[in-house]
Every structure is written in structure tokens, then in C-alpha cells.
Ligand binder design. Structure first.
Ligand SMILES: C[S@@+](CC[C@H](N)C(=O)[O-])C[C@H]1O[C@@H](n2cnc3c(N)ncnc32)[C@H](O)[C@@H]1O
Length: 278
């Protein structure tokens, strides 16, 4: 893959105070922080140095994040999840070099830079307006790259995304924050709008969603989705512990391997890959 730089982004510091107040929006800084932390590991799983660059641009004292997020252990969950989705995304783009990519709940994630899509790809990143206002300064729009400022549950924004090509839809760290009927309606609108493509996302176990705020939706088995959206066919369901061999720390590798034998543990967070039409 060709190396991309974040050309066009200015060097001014980014004020994210408004995002830290939000119940959900602060989580995007948490994932960014964990990816930046993980990128410093000697055999990094994700090597997201863009996250480290972005973090350096943000005008905020992140010392409280270290206490709250426990990066030594949680960096692996976030890196494995993102790496799994990146690998599926890269495989899709290799097959469809003129695809449309739609990333929902993009936060300040650098997937577009990590995947360095071929020039024929049109890429759309969507998040809430206050997030997009910050993102726009970090990752400016350019030819083939558009930002959409909207709630994913709003109607109307989908009209901004052409439906004429094979489409990769990515939703990382988003669906757990939506209500179950919002997830259903969203997936129905997506498969109704785009004729063909792949939908890749992560989800939490239902018992975690039942613990309450900020999580609202969980799933254990992909067949549940196939039942209520017959357009979608599951291609893969991968627990977060599956690729434990990638973890450079022996201690955490062993822990993940042990966890992989316990269904309750390994299904806490899973990556899902669907295609449509079924
Ligand atoms: C845990 S963060 C993940 C961000 C990014 N995908 C990543 O992996 O770093 C959750 C993201 O979902 C966004 N989000 C939550 N509810 C949303 C909604 N209804 N519409 C659009 N974005 C939403 C938040 O603003 C936030 O950026």
C-alpha cells in the first residue's frame, strides 16, 4: 500500500473541550488515545502513527485518560478490533478499486489514511456535527474524500452518498451506542439504498448492553441480524480474542488465549462481516 500523508491539515492546536462533555463523543478520544498508545509498541498490531500525530495536535491534558482507560491492557482490544476491520476493508478495496466507502461514527479515526485506497475510491466519513467540525481541521476534505455532519439516525444524509458502486460500510465503535430499533432501521436503510457491498462493524455482547449507559445494543450471533434483515448474509463473526497471536506482550497474549476458550469472555466484543444482496 502506498504511504499517505495528511497533507492539507494545518498545524494549529485543536480544541476538543466540547467533545469531552458529551456522553458518547468523548469515547472517540479514548479510542484515539489507545491507538496512539499502541502504535508505540515494538511490534505494534495496528501501527496507527496517524493517531499519535492527531493526539499531538489536540489541546488537552490526557493524563486522566491513562487512569480511566488503562491503556496497558485495553490497547490490545482496540488495536485488534481495528486491525480486523482494516484487513476486511483492504480485501474489499483490492477487489473493488473504484468502490464507495462509507464510514459511520468515524470520530477522529485515520482508517482512510491507513488503508490508502486506490485513487478511484470515493470515501465518505460521517459523524455528529460537533465531531465533524474538529475532524475537518484534522483531516480536510479533498478530491474523493467527503465529510458528512449528521446523526446516523437522521433521515436525509444518505442522499449525499451515491449508490452506483460496490460499497464498503464500516461502523467501528458505533452500533453499541444506538437503540436496537435504530440499529435495525439503519441497516434496513443502508441495504435499501446501496445495491451491493459489504458491511463491517464491531458489536458488544447483549449482557454488556443490558448493563446500561452508554451502551444500548448488543448481539451474540450474526444470525439474529439475518433474521430481521434478509438482504444481509454473514461472511464472518470474529471474537476479539481470535487473533491473540498478534499481541506482542506475552502476558496479555496468554490472557487473551485463555479468554478465547471461554464463550462468555470471547463474545464480549466481536467483529462482524456481512454482504448483500444475500
Ligand atoms: C467509540 S467512538 C468511535 C470512533 C471511531 N470509529 C474510532 O474507532 O475511533 C463512537 C463514535 O460514534 C459517534 N456516534 C455516536 N452516536 C452517533 C450517531 N447517532 N450518529 C453519528 N455518529 C455517532 C460518536 O460521535 C463517536 O465519534
Amino acid at each position: 500500500m502506498t504511504e499517505r500523508t495528511n497533507e492539507g491539515a494545518g498545524e494549529e492546536k485543536l480544541d476538543v473541550a466540547g467533545l469531552l462533555d458529551g456522553e458518547v463523543t468523548w469515547t472517540l478520544l479514548g479510542t484515539l488515545y489507545l491507538r496512539a498508545w499502541e502504535s508505540r509498541a515494538p511490534r505494534s498490531i495496528l501501527s496507527d502513527h496517524y493517531a499519535a500525530e492527531a493526539l499531538a495536535r489536540i489541546d488537552h491534558d490526557f493524563s486522566a485518560f491513562e487512569r480511566r482507560l488503562r491503556p496497558r491492557s485495553n490497547q490490545y482490544l482496540v488495536a485488534l478490533r481495528a486491525r480486523g476491520l482494516d484487513d476486511w476493508g483492504a480485501a474489499f478495496l483490492a477487489r473493488h478499486p473504484d468502490a464507495t466507502v462509507l464510514q459511520l461514527g468515524c470520530g477522529l479515526d485515520s482508517r482512510m489514511l491507513r488503508l490508502a485506497p486506490p485513487p478511484g475510491v470515493r470515501w465518505f466519513d460521517l459523524d455528529m456535527p460537533d465531531v465533524i467540525a474538529v475532524r475537518r481541521r484534522l483531516y480536510p476534505e479533498h478530491d474523493g474524500y467527503r465529510l458528512i455532519a449528521a446523526s446516523v439516525t437522521d433521515s436525509g444524509w444518505l442522499d449525499q452518498v451515491p449508490a452506483d458502486r460496490a460499497t464498503l460500510i464500516v461502523a467501528e465503535g458505533l452500533l453499541p451506542y444506538l437503540a436496537p430499533d435504530e440499529v435495525r432501521r439503519l441497516l434496513q436503510r443502508l441495504t435499501g439504498h446501496f445495491t451491493t457491498g459489504e458491511l463491517i462493524f464491531d458489536a458488544l455482547a447483549p449482557w454488556l448492553a443490558r448493563l446500561g449507559k452508554p451502551f444500548r445494543w448488543g448481539i451474540r450471533d450474526a444470525r439474529e441480524i439475518e433474521r430481521w434483515n434478509p438482504h444481509l448474509k454473514c461472511l464472518a463473526q470474529v471474537p476479539f480474542t481470535t487473533h491473540a497471536t498478534l499481541i506482542p506482550s506475552r502476558r496479555y497474549r496468554t490472557l487473551y488465549r485463555l479468554g478465547d476458550r471461554i464463550p462468555f469472555w470471547r463474545t464480549m466484543s466481536q467483529n462482524f462481516r456481512f454482504t448483500w444482496p444475500a
